[in-house]
Design a protein around this ligand. Structure first.
Ligand code: SN0
Length: 316
């Protein structure tokens, strides 16, 4: 694997999930792979889990890791082409990405959407510039439209904890106070549509996701119906795809509560985190027996390690 930007870069999803679960059993068995290899993690936006889990995964494989919070610590980056750089930006992404590629063997990049210009976000303009100029294998640490390391960890978690061959998985929209990216739900949907699960997406009218990501899913605006007999419930807020990046007033009653869990199959509750308590997800669920959010976050290590391992095997 030379690029991990979406589920489309994975040739065998089942094998990758199995690899992640094997690495969980035996984290340090492949330290030779990463010897004298360096991973660069570049963040244009904040991170907790992605940064720490990917760093841990790389260390488990014997790699060195360099982290650059480029939005805070780097020179102000120019992302547009054909501009006279006489404003606040100091360094162009063309040079910055190319130079980083001189120092590392694999690079990871996080770059959220602006949520203003849909074409720019959905064409992955910033992320694709890193691919074009860095010259080394690249991993998405969440781009404008996808968060594949999260989705892989989510699938690993479902495989690990499922109690029947084909569990019912429900992605349900949650309230928030600000517009959030569609990256996590897009990505979760496109992985679930390729997994051996019965997959439903529920959201209030107006929050349709881009159809490319949801082909094969059952889609409803009735949360109660969606939750019936659910084995896994994936909670996430997102802003509208159309009109792009907007949020509509109301829908506070979409927050998941213990009452709503009653109709599920003792559903296990997932969230990518960070989560705003009692706004997106009730504290009673987060602190109760059905929440697996911390376990899920723990699995981020094995997802990242499986991807890094496949990339390192190509570099040998
Ligand atoms: C990001 C998102 O894509 O939804 C990252 C998730 C891994 N989440 C946020 O930006 C949350 C911000 C907030 O204010 O709650």
């Amino acid at each position: 694997m030379k690029l991990f930007s979406s589920v489309h870069d994975v040739t065998d999803i089942k094998a990758l999930v199995a690899e992640a679960l094997q690495l969980k059993q035996n984290p340090y068995a492949h330290q030779h792979l990463g010897k004298n290899k360096t991973l660069g993690l570049v963040f244009l936006n904040p991170s907790l889990r992605t940064r720490m889990s990917t760093q841990k995964a790389a260390t488990n494989l014997g790699m060195n890791v360099m982290v650059l919070n480029i939005d805070k610590e780097g020179w102000a980056l120019e992302l547009r082409d054909s501009v006279v750089m006489d404003g606040d930006t100091v360094e162009h992404i063309r040079e910055a990405a190319a130079v980083m590629g001189q120092y590392v063997d694999i690079i990871g990049v996080r770059s959220f959407p602006g949520l203003k210009n849909r074409d720019e976000d959905y064409n992955e303009v910033i992320f694709n510039k890193f691919i074009e100029y860095c010259g080394v294998p690249l991993i998405s640490l969440e781009s404008a439209t996808r968060h594949p390391l999260q989705s892989l960890a989510d699938l690993v978690t479902i495989e690990e904890l499922k109690t029947k061959p084909r569990p019912k998985v429900v992605l349900t929209w949650a309230p928030h106070i600000k517009p959030l990216p569609q990256a996590v739900p897009n990505s979760f949907a496109e992985w679930m549509c390729r997994a051996d699960v019965d997959f439903t997406i529920a959201y209030p009218a107006g929050y349709e996701l881009f159809a490319d990501f949801t082909k094969g899913a059952t889609i409803t605006t009735n949360q109660e119906e969606a939750l019936a007999d659910a084995d896994f419930i994936y909670v996430k807020n997102w802003s509208a795809y159309e009109p792009y990046g907007k949020v509509f007033p109301g829908n506070e009653d979409w927050m998941l509560t213990n009452q709503k869990l009653k109709n599920t199959n003792n559903g296990k509750v997932m969230h990518c985190l960070p989560v705003r308590r009692n706004l997106e997800l009730s504290a009673e669920i987060l602190d109760g027996p059905n929440s697996i959010v911390v376990h899920e976050a723990g699995n981020r290590v094995w997802a990242a390690q499986a991807v890094l391992k496949q990339m390192l095997e190509k570099l040998q």
